[in-house]
Design a protein around this ligand. Structure first.
Ligand code: ZEM
Length: 286
């Protein structure tokens, strides 16, 4: 057990568990990034509901949302960290794990602040269906991300996370990785999107995605319909081109927008103290 508030110790233990030789591409990193994103990405700006506060994915309503299939792996990876640092809230742990994973996979340093609560406020629970559906197009992406308060540029920057990890047929129905080295953060996703020819492929399960095969590559690479919507949309596309050509700019913008993502729904005063986590004594909701 570490001293309460020793986030450096937590960061160290998260970094230490990333290497998982038996899992996927050998790293827990990508699925931890997805956990941070899905825990935050239910936010609705207008009604101030959803978001990472409350760590609602522990419960069936949110955890059992088909959009969250597979994220139990991420939560299980983090249980050893939670056991050792029991003072940290799950909501803080899940968001911090994404931030640490990006950095450890050679990505940018992302600013992160503690203070999320695990208290579940029933009036803030998001309904299912707030996360994006990869089978759709630009209008859908805008509908989902504008609801959280993101701009077109921020949507494209965030999408660069698909440089990491892969799709699993038994989770989303899609299959494969976006890049050849999916455990290293870079702007390759944008570069491949622009430079390769993507062919439609209907998988055996009926799911439609786009693929490209390079002779020297280990496996066929993929793009979701939503990924390629970034290319065909005139307002998204210039940002794809910018990030493909300027890795530093992508890293800087991604760091800023990911920090914004994990702060959705968290209200702080000028000193950074969280204002809407005052129900800590309410403990866990069952
Ligand atoms: Zn993803 N994402 N995502 N994403 N995502 C998957 C995997 C990962 C969409 C989507 O449908 C999917 C963002 C935006 C969007 C990651 C991070 C971020 C998968 C595959 C799908 C289907 C899931 C599976 O089968 O395991 C759509 C439609 C998005 C917006 C339009 C944003 C924003 C992200 C972070 C900032 C990551 C890291 C993965 C890889 C997970 C893994 O297990 O390897």
């Amino acid at each position: 057990m570490s001293k309460s508030g020793d986030y450096a110790a937590v960061r160290k233990d998260i970094a230490a568990l990333l290497k998982q030789p038996e899992y996927d591409d050998g790293s827990a990193g990508p699925v931890l990034v997805r956990l941070a994103w899905h825990s935050s990405g239910t936010y609705d700006h207008d009604t101030d509901t959803g978001g990472s506060n409350g760590a609602g994915m522990r419960y069936e309503t949110e955890g059992g949302d088909p959009a969250n299939a597979g994220l139990q792996h991420a939560r299980v990876f983090l249980e050893s960290v939670k056991a050792k640092h029991s003072w940290i809230t799950y909501a803080d742990l899940w968001t911090l794990a994404g931030v640490v994973a990006v950095k450890e996979m050679d990505g940018p340093e992302i600013k992160w602040k503690a203070g999320r609560t695990d208290y579940v406020d029933d009036s803030k629970l998001p309904p299912r269906g707030r996360l994006p559906d990869g089978a759709q197009g630009a209008d859908h992406i805008r509908f989902i991300f504008y609801r959280m308060g993101f701009s077109d540029q921020e949507i494209v920057a965030l999408s660069g996370a698909h440089n990491l990890g892969r799709c699993h047929s038994d989770r989303s129905g899609f299959h494969g990785a976006w890049v050849n080295n999916p455990t290293r953060f870079s702007n390759t996703y944008f570069r491949l999107m622009l430079s390769r020819s993507w062919k439609e492929k209907v998988l055996d399960n009926g799911v439609r995605q786009f693929v490209h095969y390079d002779e020297d590559a280990e496996e066929e690479l993929m793009m979701l319909p939503t990924d390629l919507a970034l290319l065909s949309d005139p307002s998204f596309r210039p940002w794809v081109e910018l990030y493909a050509n300027d890795k530093e700019r992508f890293f800087a913008d991604f760091a800023r927008v990911f920090a914004k993502l994990v702060e959705l729904g968290i209200e702080r005063d000028a000193t950074g103290k969280v204002l809407n986590a005052d129900n800590m004594l309410g403990g866990y909701h069952s």
